[in-house]
Structures are given as structure tokens and as C-alpha cells.
Write a protein of this length. Structure first.
Length: 284
């Protein structure tokens, strides 16, 4: 019989957040596949777990995957962990878990900490529908493009961000989504300097850029979704042009033309056009 692949969430800061079941499984398995064996060695040391560790990354995953599958084939149980939180969530593991499922190995997930969900649970923003966007591109032009594509996303948006980019990203969010959009910045969750700031994008740009302490540590941004009101100059122009075109043209054509006229993104304009059309029909 083949072994089981356990996908085990570990703490995102506070060691007390590990589950009793995670300790039990990490102690009992034959092998632990970790993103960084030195980092995970410290976690395991804290809980006096002596299970052997092997490195696993998604890149170059073929060879590393082979070692893990060889262990599973030999009937050994393997646990996958990442440096912090839930594996596969902006962390390695996707290729391994996908292969394991395609090859019909048993995959057992152990729920636990995840920074995105922890931030959402305290943000005070709509949590009935949300989308996790992971890290935005590091380059400003690509980041702006990505944000423009999300301008009319109505679900609450969750981003991971690095401390050295937080001011630039807040600036871009403010520019693209408008200064009035609500945002929560959740920093150092479950750690000593845990800080959760909420306000408008305009307020947070000022607060974070003027306080170097708010630019430190690990952070999650939770941004309210689009509610039909656009604020930035570019977005206002896009909405103005679209509204005019929608009076005479079908949605797709209006979005294509508006993209050509304003230089905006066709997909985003298409979504905005649908929202505007819905609004006008609801108001009719
Ligand atoms: N797999 C992890 C999870 O389940 O949340 C995420 C790993 S990702 C490589 C690391 C990013 O998650 C950080 O850059 C930060 O954006 C976010 N993060 C992780 N721990 C955090 C914490 N304690 N407080 C705030 N954000 C955190």
C-alpha cells in the first residue's frame, strides 16, 4: 500500500497556533518535505519533532518530487509544510499535490493558519465573497496593469505585500482605485507587533508613508471591492466615455471602443460596462 501525503499548515508567527493534529502528524510521518529545511528545522526543534526533512520547491520539482513519490511508493507517509501558514498559498506545493492527486495517492490536508484568511477575519470588510490575489507584480507598470484589471472586481480583494513595496503599492492602489476605497493593512499577524490599520486608501497612504514602523514586517492588504463608484481621474474618464458609448452600442463594442479612446484595459472596461448596464437596468 502506498503512503499518504499530508499537507500541513504551520503557524504564521505565533508557535501556539500550531494544531495538536499537526504536531501528531509531523511526529508520526516518515518524511517532511519543506520549502526551507533550515527554517523548518527550527519549527520542528521547538516541538521536539525529529522526523527527517527533505527540501521541496515547485521549481526543479521533478527530481524532488521523485524522491517524495519514491517514499510514498515504499509505503511511507510524507508531510508537506512551507515556511509559514498553509502550503500552496503563495508557497510551494501545487505541482506536488497535483501530481499526487493525478496519480491517485491519498492527499490529506490539515487546516491551520493562513495570513490571508486571518487578515480577512479582522478587516471588517465584506467577507461573504472575496478573492485572493497573492503578490502583485514587483514592477510598477505591471502592478498598475494588474490593478486596472481588478478595478471593477466587486469581491473583497486580498493581497500579500513585501514591506519594501508597501508604500508604492498603496500609492498605486490609491491612483487606480481612487482615494476613497476602504482598505485594511494587517501587519505581523499573531506576532508581538501585530498592527491592523483601517481607513481609506488616501488615509493609509499618508499614515504608512509617514511612519517607517508601518513599513516593516509581514503584511496583508484587504481592499473593499468595487461598489459602482469610481474615483481616480483615469477611471472617471473611462466611466464617462463608457456611459456615453453604452447609450448607443452593445456592451462588448462599447468596451472595445472605450479601451481605444481612453487607453484603459478592455477586460476591465467590459466588466465596468456590465456593471453600468446592470445599474441602469436596476434603476430603470
Ligand atoms: N503560505 C502562507 C499563508 O498561508 O499565509 C503565505 C506565504 S507567502 C510566501 C508570505 C506572505 O504572507 C508575506 O509576505 C505576507 O504578505 C503574508 N504573511 C505571512 N505571515 C504573515 C503575518 N504573520 N502577518 C501578516 N502577513 C503575513
Amino acid at each position: 500500500m502506498t503512503g499518504t501525503l499530508y499537507v500541513v499548515a504551520t503557524p504564521i508567527g505565533n508557535m501556539g497556533d500550531i494544531s495538536a493534529r499537526a504536531i501528531e502528524v509531523l511526529t508520526a510521518v516518515d518524511l517532511i518535505a519543506a520549502e526551507d529545511t533550515r527554517h523548518s528545522g527550527r519549527l520542528l526543534g521547538h516541538f521536539q519533532i525529529t522526523t527527517p526533512l527533505v527540501a521541496y520547491h515547485d521549481h526543479g520539482a521533478e527530481a524532488q518530487g521523485e524522491r517524495i513519490f519514491a517514499a510514498l511508493d515504499a509505503g511511507k507517509d510524507v508531510a508537506l509544510i512551507s515556511d509559514a501558514g498553509t502550503p500552496l498559498v503563495s508557497d510551494p506545493g501545487y505541482r506536488l499535490v497535483r501530481s499526487a492527486r493525478l496519480k491517485a495517492y491519498k492527499v490529506v490536508p490539515l487546516p491551520g493558519a493562513c495570513a490571508a484568511i486571518t487578515a480577512l477575519s479582522a478587516a471588517g470588510l465584506p467577507s461573504d465573497r472575496f478573492c485572493f490575489e497573492g503578490f502583485l507584480p514587483a514592477k510598477q507598470s505591471q502592478r498598475r496593469k494588474a490593478l486596472e484589471g481588478l478595478l471593477t472586481e466587486t469581491r473583497t480583494l486580498i493581497f500579500y505585500e513585501a514591506p519594501h513595496r508597501i508604500v508604492a503599492t498603496l500609492d498605486d492602489l490609491c491612483e487606480v482605485f481612487g482615494a476613497a476605497r476602504e482598505v485594511t493593512l494587517a501587519r505581523e499577524l499573531s506576532k508581538t507587533y501585530e498592527t491592523i490599520l483601517s481607513g481609506s486608501l488616501g488615509e493609509l497612504v499618508l499614515q504608512v508613508s509617514s511612519d517607517p514602523n508601518q513599513q516593516k514586517g509581514e503584511m496583508v492588504l484587504v481592499v473593499r471591492g468595487f461598489d459602482g463608484v469610481v474615483e481616480s481621474a483615469q477611471a472617471m474618464e473611462e466611466q464617462r466615455v463608457l456611459s456615453l458609448l453604452l447609450a448607443d452600442l452593445p456592451v462588448k463594442q462599447a468596451a472595445t471602443l472605450a479601451a481605444k479612446i481612453t487607453g484603459g484595459q478592455r477586460n476591465a472596461l467590459y466588466k465596468m460596462a456590465l456593471a453600468l448596464k446592470q445599474d441602469s437596468q436596476a434603476g430603470a
